[in-house]
Write a protein that binds this ligand. Sequence first.
Ligand SMILES: *Cc1c(COP(=O)(O)O)cnc(C)c1O
Ligand code: SF4
Length: 343
Amino acid sequence: MNAPEALPPAAPAAPAWQRELARAYARPAELLADLGLAPEACGLSADAARDFPLRVPRGFVARMRRGDPTDPLLRQVLPAADETVAMPGFVADPVGDLAALAAPGVLRKYAGRALLIATGACAINCRYCFRREFPYGDHAQGPDRLRESLALVAADPAVSEVILSGGDPLLRPDAWLSDVFARLGGIGHVRRLRLHTRVPVVLPERVDEGLAAVLRSAPRPVAVVLHCNHPQEIDAPVRAACARLRATGATLLNQAVLLRGVNDDAGVLVELAGSLYEAGVLPYYLHQLDPVRGAAHFAVDDDTALRLDAAQRARLPGYLVPRLVREVPGASAKTPLTARATT
Ligand SMILES: *Cc1c(COP(=O)(O)O)cnc(C)c1O
Ligand code: SF4
């Protein structure tokens, strides 16, 4: 097991978002006490917490319902006894990332796109994440590795888009992001830049004027793919962060993961689409869960997923229906879920 990177303590002069991150909940007992919940009522597991620690920023907790052990935001972050049950088919690297490493820190799994692992750290630890087992810390970009990664991109004219991923790239400081953007701007065949991040949703303080300036001066069009699973995750600070991102000219998209007990409900998904749109974000993907070890209790079967997809089509305009997909190891793009052929 590769524990995710510990976060260094924030320096006194650090930006507000770093101080906010340093105050994130790390102790399940404290989180549950503040929510007015007894550990026994929630299926809390010390073993699960040891394998993959709790981490959740205070602002995200403020959006949880007090006294409700089934709260959909709590369920995404609370180390649960269900995680310790082994399930066949649920493995350490379900999406084949280790096989797709072109070099440490660079994934070449999607045609025409290169994915840079900007950092192994995240602002929140999501229990269903495949990162809980992937040794991202071993692949994060130090100065030498970054030079090599950018050389790899520069040497391959087939790469027209560079995706900064992680971990969460927005945990990198503004200066790092602007340096990487500037260097990518020097590579003629790179036409688009993309960030995959959950930070504007879980730590909206990060979207400050400094970050907006970095995005405004990016040398290529930027797409920001957010990760929000439930309409209750979107509150006024998140809407303000999205508005600020939009004002830089960035395209905002959302990917959600279909999660049992969180958003496996047509009404919730329709509400999510509407709330995202009001925040200036288009629903993009709805992912079937990657079968990572410890996350089997979040799995939704394909028939249910397809039924939820049909329900969204029936109730939403086409542009608000996310594509229902799964990640198939070795495939060069996401695989759409389609009804099984009946013979
Ligand atoms: C799917 C995926 C991508 C590539 O997405 P496309 O939008 O299909 O190009 C990049 N990063 C992560 C983390 C993904 O899950
Ligand atoms: S923010 Fe994204 S990468 Fe980080 S733990 Fe959550 S799902 Fe995984």
